[in-house]
Design a protein around this ligand. Structure first.
Ligand code: AMP
Length: 176
């Protein structure tokens, strides 16, 4: 079987010039690829108690839902500002130009719960850092952040590790 990295499609200059978009739809549409991805994203946490999976909008929902189902635990969405219907906690983060915010429902995570954060890709780490801060604001414990792809040149892994978070990525790509 082809490896996970081989099943990821790269689209140059999308959504803007200079960005190499790492498209995981080609991985997810492959039954064995999807299963292997989910298995590998949780394998290093076997033996760790996990109470909830937090998935980051939007591709983190696909992976996070599958992982939560596999572990028979609850799933919590972290969404961009203004998308969640109930009362939320909000965490701003830096974009290239300006700021945005991620939100989570105020009753989604209980104090002391062990939480695994899931997304498709870590670049600068800003989005995942916002998710970690939201979980910690609920007094949840972040047991790790699990990604398919790391872009090491953008420093996101280091940023999360500096916050004391364990980071797992199944493969790496050079550049942005
Ligand atoms: P960051 O907050 O900089 O770590 O960006 C991570 C978020 O942006 C993730 O939700 C990714 O899905 C998305 N993202 C950033 N760069 C790329 C890329 N080159 N290809 C696909 N998605 C990306």
């Amino acid at each position: 079987m082809q490896g996970i990295k081989d099943k990821i499609r790269t689209i140059p200059d999308y959504p803007k010039p200079g960005i190499m978009f790492r498209d995981i739809t080609t991985l997810l549409q492959d039954a064995r690829g999807f299963r292997k991805t989910v298995d590998e994203m949780v394998q290093p946490f076997a033996g760790t108690r996990i109470d909830k999976v937090v998935g980051i909008e939007a591709r983190g929902f696909i992976l996070g839902g599958a992982i939560a189902h596999q572990l028979s635990i609850g799933f919590v969405p972290v969404r961009k500002r203004g998308k969640l219907p109930y009362k939320t906690l909000q965490q701003e983060y830096q974009l290239e130009y300006g700021t945005d915010a991620m939100e989570v429902h105020i009753d989604a995570i209980q104090p002391g719960e062990n939480v695994l954060v899931v997304d498709d890709l870590i670049a600068t780490g800003g989005t995942a850092e916002a998710a970690v801060k939201l979980i910690r604001a609920h007094k949840g414990v972040v047991v790790g952040c699990s990604f398919i792809i790391d872009l090491p040149e953008l420093g996101g892994r280091k940023r999360l590790e500096d916050l004391g978070v364990k980071v797992l990525a199944l493969c790496e790509f050079e550049g942005h």
